[in-house]
Design a protein around this ligand. Structure first.
Ligand SMILES: Nc1nc2c(c(=O)[nH]1)N[C@H]1C(S)=C(S)[C@@H](COP(=O)(O)OP(=O)(O)OC[C@H]3O[C@@H](n4cnc5c(=O)[nH]c(N)nc54)[C@H](O)[C@@H]3O)O[C@H]1N2
Ligand SMILES: Nc1nc2c(c(=O)[nH]1)N[C@H]1C(S)=C(S)[C@@H](COP(=O)(O)OP(=O)(O)OC[C@H]3O[C@@H](n4cnc5c(=O)[nH]c(N)nc54)[C@H](O)[C@@H]3O)O[C@H]1N2
Ligand code: SF4
Ligand SMILES: [Mo]
Length: 747
């Protein structure tokens, strides 16, 4: 044995599992992870870690992770070489494309693809090569309403207002549970510490949630809200600001359109009218509005719970209208726009909205930001006729568990002619594929959070080298994706398709940049820039390019002390470029050059809200729940994260338990339009009467999966109950909260 094999090495790496981007200190010996702790020298996380951070050790060594490409013949899976696998993919997809056209191949990009440098940089290239309109992603199960409202208000979905949590005095948090989720659209490690600091400096945290969550318990104030009624609450806050002459956009006053329109729209939503719908009293609504107006630095923040409901886009819009009306948009301690190190100067000052440029085939749902809603995926697979989905590529996703009415979607997946999964597990979705292309362990490739630094409360840049070399028989995500791009291309690319496409990609990027008058390398020589990048390839070359033309970059020599990947490589704990700063002028890309407070599509939708003022509330509705030791559907195979008591339980208020005759420790049947499930019940007064809650991502009881540990703790799949036919009609986003259900005691 080599003596070096026995030496312990210390590696630093960002945790890839959630949006918080914590620094890990990973101790390895040979090919083994000895242990993982928080990296105290990471300028952002300062040693903080949640239990999932440690679990990367088990993830890396999990014997159930798939390590060889596989082809399914009937119910038999065979390990094959990469060449064989890609040949099979090319044959399968080309047959479909030739016969039915490019739109007949659909793609789903799942949540971890946003946490993966290779897929962030290369999936767009694959999507372009494919040229299909049937592009789906986890975004329409999640935050696309927020992206769409930003597109309409500020002119780009790439600029989302992010809470300046470290400097605020007042945090109104609606439909988010960052002490369980570690924060979303608000990248910041150690939410508990940051929220504690807010209170320690005399600030106030107010949580609006149908559940008294762990976050609500740490707040100064928590208000139960009836699921799906946030838009009434938000409009009533706006109504109060106008009625009491508290509107004060500050220096933004000359930068906004639609102030009068907002005033008149809000008139129909008095605090009294809203209170009857949402369950928060008119007096409380008025008081919260006054407190927001009085605070010198306040945040209004709405997340998951506000997006995944029928008024998702409206909520996302009204949240930022409130930030503007109280003068908190683009102000320190309010919500601001990060300046990430990889940001390129935009070439267009004005953009038209990427919305409704085409529609889905069956239900005519509008395209949003280049994709169609997952709620339409099953019907597009089932409904015959030109454009029907016949081929399906699933990357880093498990829609068989994560998408609404998953029974229907699973049946639809079973009938597509050809399916490819790019995944590390044989799970509920990938078991249905014809070809499974396995991705490496997160420790076998590099990492940079190109997506999440766009959402971070500080401007951070942190590059992690691979902890272990890529095993010789393994391809990285970006290589798999380029092979897929080659497989769907018309020509059979000769030579080395990967190098060809990789060089082409960077070449195109350089050309584009050199023509952009706002770029720091405008007008320079393409050959020179290309040669300055020549020592790298793949994601590293693209990342180096982005960093060097970015706001802190070396601008390829023009700013010699500036940032490049080489600089990050000698700063293994990451670098901090400071807190967010006001920069609204730089980011606005609306045709008017102003903030659109009242975009016409959203204004028209207010009629729907007005109509629902009169509708009756459902007697019992179901909401979701996140637990610190989960991550959507895919970490339940790690013993450290599933040990202990069953977490997939139905929370029900004691008054409802009495009403339905359900006692402690008993089980219940839950039914909705789409299905029924049996669940163990937990009685608690931490939930609003009339609301029940169940986590998602469970239900690991399908034959054909290879998830030894998860199958011992299967839980039930809540998405058997969520309804794909109920969605936010503006964005098409799925409704995963506020689902009407009935409950029966078992026996
Ligand atoms: N009822 C209900 N449903 C929900 C939600 C809810 O709150 N309630 N939440 C929704 C939300 S917000 C989201 S984002 C979605 C998430 O749902 P999905 O997008 O389906 O994501 P996951 O369930 O996390 O599945 C991720 C898959 O990626 C694989 N994977 C992990 N890392 C990598 C990698 O680096 N590369 C590749 N190629 N594969 C990888 C995992 O093995 C797993 O199969 O679920 C949604 N569904
Ligand atoms: N531990 C863990 N962390 C995760 C994940 C995970 O699965 N587990 N998933 C990651 C992903 S993909 C995402 S998108 C983020 C999400 O992160 P968050 O946005 O913080 O989402 P949740 O923790 O689901 O909190 C949503 C809250 O909304 C409440 N809610 C439900 N319906 C309504 C409503 O109608 N109105 C209001 N006001 N509230 C409502 C729920 O009770 C819940 O407390 O978390 C990420 N982090
Ligand atoms: S909070 Fe998120 S990033 Fe930090 S250790 Fe946990 S899972 Fe990883
Ligand atoms: Mo998500």
């Amino acid at each position: 044995m080599n003596l070096n094999e026995l030496e312990t090495k210390i590696n630093f790496r960002t945790c890839p599992l959630c949006e918080a981007t914590c620094g890990l200190e990973i101790h390895t010996r040979g090919q083994e992870v000895v242990h993982i702790k928080g990296d105290k020298l990471d300028p952002f996380s300062k040693g903080y870690l949640c239990p999932k951070g440690f679990s990367v050790k088990e993830l890396h060594s999990d014997p159930d992770r798939i390590r060889k490409p596989m082809i399914r013949r009937g119910s038999d899976w065979q390990e094959v070489s990469w060449d064989e696998a890609f040949l099979e993919v090319r044959k399968g997809l080309q047959t479909i494309i030739k016969e039915h056209g490019r739109n007949s191949v659909a793609v789903y990009l799942g949540n971890p693809s946003v946490h993966n440098l290779g897929s962030m940089l290369y999936a767009p290239i694959f999507l372009r090569a494919l040229g299909s309109r049937n592009i789906y992603s986890a975004s329409t199960l999640d935050q696309i309403p927020k992206q769409l409202s930003s597109e309409m208000m500020f002119g780009s979905d790439a600029n989302l207002p992010i809470p300046d949590i470290d400097h605020t005095n007042y945090f109104l948090m609606i439909g988010a549970n960052p002490l369980a989720s570690n924060g979303s659209l608000m990248t910041a490690p150690n939410m508990r510490g940051r929220l504690r600091a807010l209170r320690d400096r005399g600030g106030k945290l107010v949580v609006i949630d149908p559940v008294r969550t762990v976050t609500a318990k740490q707040a100064d104030e928590h208000h139960f809200i009836r699921p799906g009624t946030d838009a009434f609450f938000l409009f009533a806050l706006i109504n109060t600001l106008f009625e009491e002459d508290l509107v004060s956009p500050g220096i933004l006053v000359h930068l906004i359109n639609g102030l009068e329109e907002m005033k008149s729209l809000s008139q129909d939503f008095s605090p009294e009218a809203a209170a009857a719908k949402c369950g928060i009293s008119a007096a409380e609504i008025r008081r919260i509005a006054r407190e927001l107006a009085a605070s010198s630095k306040a945040i209004i923040y709405g997340r998951m719970g506000t997006c995944t409901q029928p008024f998702g886009t409206m909520n996302s819009w009204l949240v930022d209208v409130l930030n503007v009306l109280t003068g908190n948009l683009d102000r320190q301690g309010g919500v601001m726009f990060p300046a990430p190190a990889t940001r390129r100067a935009s070439s267009k000052k004005v953009r038209s909205n990427r919305y409704n440029r085409y529609q889905s085939r069956v239900s005519s749902m509008p395209e949003v930001l280049g994709e169609l809603p997952v709620s339409c995926l099953a019907e597009e697979m089932e409904t015959e006729g030109p454009g029907q989905i016949k081929g399906f590529i699933c990357m880093a996703g498990n829609p068989a568990l994560s998408a609404p009415n998953s029974k229907r979607l699973q049946a639809a997946l079973e009938r597509v002619d050809f399916m490819v999964s790019v995944d590390c597990y044989m799970n509920e979705t990938s078991r249905l594929a014809n070809v499974l292309l396995p991705v490496p362990s997160p420790l076998e490739h590099s990492h940079y959070d190109i997506a999440f630094y766009n959402l971070a409360v500080r401007n951070i840049a942190h590059y992690s080298k691979p902890v272990f070399d890529l095993p010789s028989e393994q391809l990285d995500d970006w290589q798999i994706i380029l092979h897929l791009a080659a497989a769907v291309s018309e020509q059979n690319l000769v030579g080395d398709p990967l190098t060809l496409m990789d060089d082409y990609t960077i070449g195109e990027l350089i050309d584009h940049e050199l023509k952009n008058e706002n770029s720091p390398i405008y007008g320079r020589d393409a050959v020179e820039i290309f040669s300055l990048l020549k020592d790298r390839n793949g994601p590293e070359r693209l990342l180096d390019f982005y960093l060097r033309v970015g706001p802190y970059g070396d601008h390829f020599g023009k700013n010699p002390d500036g940032l490049s990947l080489s600089v990050l490589e000698v700063n293994p704990h990451g670098m901090d470029f400071g807190a967010m700063k006001p920069r609204i002028i730089e980011i606005l890309q609306t045709p008017s050059g102003k903030i659109e407070l009242a975009p016409s599509i959203l204004v028209k939708d207010v009629k729907r809200l007005k109509q629902s003022l009169k509708s009756e509330a459902n007697p019992v509705v179901l909401v979701g729940r996140r637990d610190l030791r989960s991550n959507n559907s895919w970490l339940h195979n790690l013993p450290v994260l599933v040990k202990g008591e069953d977490r997939c339980t139905l929370w029900i208020h004691s008054s409802d338990a009495t009403r339905f005759g359900i006692g402690k420790g008993e089980r219940a049947i839950l039914k909705s339009r789409t299905g029924k499930i049996e669940v163990p019940v937990e009685i608690t007064d931490d939930i609003m009467p009339g609301t029940v809650s169940l986590p998602h991502g469970w239900g690991h009881s399908h034959t054909g999966t290879r998830l030894g540990v998860a199958c011992e703790h299967p839980g039930v799949n809540v998405n058997i109950l969520t309804d794909e036919q109920v969605f936010d009609p503006i964005s098409g986003n799925a409704v995963l909260n506020g689902v009407p259900v009935s409950i029966e005691k078992i026996g």
